[in-house]
Design a protein around this ligand. Structure first.
Ligand SMILES: [Zn+2]
Length: 198
């Protein structure tokens, strides 16, 4: 069987952040899957199931009531490894597009007090498995340490980010070689070949 895309990400170098995990097409519609990574994989303790469950209930409630985004929300749920969540939106988005939404959502979770929505036997399959104080704490930490100071290193998977970082240097290198060919016609044939080979 083929290795699925999310298993090809190097989890040893993955920092907490907001990433585009994949884009799929269903008929003509694009679906963007986001990787909302809240703890650093294989580096710090994962979240316990009770706080993951609480975040799931609060985030799903928040997203499905959001005046701007509710129509585009397809799914929000935890990763099996308990280091983060997946959010699926209908539409073609980049991770930066949802940073304001994530800030709003995690501020809602940080500040939430009272009864967790849907936490009763009729509405949930394991309603006693909840930890609101830890959900508040994790949301606060994610806001302070990630969302409030976010940059490309936590918005684009590292492998892709490193390639993008190299592009200006590669362009500069190519321009210098072309300039060298134009200024030194004696070597131009040889150098042009070198450029063409590279
Ligand atoms: Zn539940």
């Amino acid at each position: 069987m083929d290795k699925i895309t999310s298993f090809t990400i190097n989890h040893l170098e993955l920092l907490p952040g907001v990433y585009v995990s994949r884009k799929d097409k269903a008929d003509n519609a694009v679906i963007t899957t986001f990787d909302i990574r809240m703890t650093r994989p294989n580096f710090e303790p994962v979240m316990n199931t009770a706080e993951v469950h609480t975040i799931e209930h609060l985030a799903a409630t928040f997203l499905r009531n959001h005046s701007l985004w509710k129509e585009r929300v397809l799914y929000f749920g935890p990763m099996g490894c308990r280091t983060g969540f997946y959010l699926l939106l209908s539409g073609d988005y980049e991770s930066r597009d949802i940073v304001p939404l994530m800030k709003e959502m995690f501020a809602f979770i940080r500040d939430y007090q009272g009864e967790v929505p849907g936490a009763c036997a009729r509405d949930c399959g394991n309603y006693l498995d909840m930890n609101l104080p830890m959900a508040n704490w994790l949301a606060d930490r994610f806001l302070r340490e990630v969302l409030d100071v976010i940059d490309d290193s936590r918005l684009i998977y590292l492998q892709l980010w490193m390639v993008l970082q190299e592009i200006p240097a590669l362009c500069q290198c190519y321009r210098m070689r072309v300039y060298f060919c134009q200024c030194t016609p004696v070597f131009s044939g040889q150098t042009h070949d070198a450029v063409a080979d590279s």
